[in-house]
Design a protein around this ligand. Structure first.
Ligand code: SF4
Length: 368
């Protein structure tokens, strides 16, 4: 009887998916409140295939950089940021950063640099333009995916320029795309609790909107598993979907599980999200975001074995080799900081999928 009930609950949603129709808020709540994990995974995989997905799973060879951990904002979920006076605060000079990137490039030949930073109030806008230009000159074939929307907004406060003007200068210097960080959860109630110093969601959206309209693609994220409700998660996904309708510039969605270690939430007894919750968020993201082509199972966050399972829950990308990840490491991630290409290929194959190495813009570089 229980099985029949569950099938009946999802039946109208399945019909919509099979007809490639859009799911609404109520559908989203039905999905996210369900404990029927396998049914969710099956529906998400169906949605992926109905929308043109195949057995291909993407990854990119990338290098993670964080030039400074000095930040003025103090988000309560963050274990990475420091104030200038703290002993382990750092700001790497551009010379040193570029030299380091060149050394790593010799070793691995990555195709993407992913760099996000604290909002350092002690540097000038020119610093950001300079590092973008210098990285681009040193590694012209490498795609520069730099700076969250929060950092772009921070640059407007440093320079007095608009979002569009900041983005134009960075694009001229070599910026290729923006990562999706800073979205957290858009609901005001949640933001007030976990990131009271952070700019409003309208600003996050304005930066991404401006970037898309200027031909700069971006990524989107959601940081879940702290004080938000299920309804606030679905609201977050719907706002992303609306933005994608307007401008179409999101390349991929990355659901990010909150890691409490070394944050105030650890002292308040918060735990890491469960594997079941992580799989649910991958599946629900795929089901609700019918206009975002790629859903990433970020192995640094969920661990590679769970990422392999997530490939059957709607994900079609495992992010990449991710050399030198620091932000999730600071908050207690234990999945390591780097995967070799051969290991990624093997793990994707073991999950029953076809590994495809891509560039940042999802052009195929090599099919394994
Ligand atoms: S999440 Fe980003 S903006 Fe917030 S404190 Fe950490 S580094 Fe600063």
């Amino acid at each position: 009887m229980a099985v029949v009930d569950r099938i009946a609950t999802f039946a109208p949603i399945r019909e919509k998916i099979e007809a490639n129709e859009r799911l609404d808020l109520e559908d989203g709540l039905t999905l996210i409140e369900s404990d029927d994990l396998l049914a969710l995974g099956e529906l998400a995989d169906l949605a992926r295939r109905v929308r043109g997905g195949t057995d291909e799973v993407f990854f990119v060879q990338n290098l993670y950089l964080n030039q400074t951990n000095v930040c003025r904002v103090k988000c309560k979920f963050c274990a990475f940021a420091r104030t200038q006076r703290q002993e382990d605060a750092y700001t790497i000079s551009t010379d040193e950063l570029v030299e380091d990137a060149l050394r790593q490039y010799e070793l691995t030949g990555f195709t993407e640099i992913h760099m996000v930073n604290g909002e350092n109030p002690h540097i000038e806008f020119e610093f950001y333009v300079d590092v973008t230009r210098r990285l681009h000159e040193a590694l012209p074939a490498v795609h520069l995916k730099l700076f969250t929307a929060s950092e772009i907004h921070h640059m407007t406060t440093l320079s007095g320029l608009t979002h569009e003007e900041v983005l134009r200068e960075l694009k001229a210097a070599g910026l290729g795309s923006l990562p999706g960080g800073g979205a957290e959860i858009f609901a005001e109630r949640v933001r007030r609790l976990v990131a009271p110093g952070k700019e409003s969601p309208d600003i996050w959206f304005h930066v991404h909107d401006a970037a898309h309209r200027m031909g700069i693609p971006t990524h989107c994220t959601m940081l879940y598993g702290h004080v938000e409700t299920y309804e606030e998660r679905i609201d977050h996904l719907l706002r992303l979907r609306d933005q994608q309708n307007r401008t179409g510039g999101f390349l991929a969605m990355v659901p990010l599980a909150f890691h409490p270690e070394n944050t105030v939430f650890e002292r308040r007894g918060f735990n890491f999200t469960s594997g079941a919750e992580d799989l649910k968020m991958i599946a629900v993201s795929r089901l609700m975001l019918d206009n975002v082509p790629n859903i990433k199972a970020y192995w640094i966050m969920m661990g590679m074995p769970m990422a392999q399972v997530a490939l059957h829950f709607g994900a079609n990308d495992v992010q990449g080799t991710v050399m030198r990840e620091k932000i999730f490491q600071a908050a207690g991630a234990t999945a390591g900081t780097e995967q070799k290409v051969g290991d990624l290929v093997r793990q994707i194959r073991e999950a029953g999928r076809i590994p495809v190495q891509r560039d940042t813009l999802y052009n195929e570089l090599r099919r394994w």
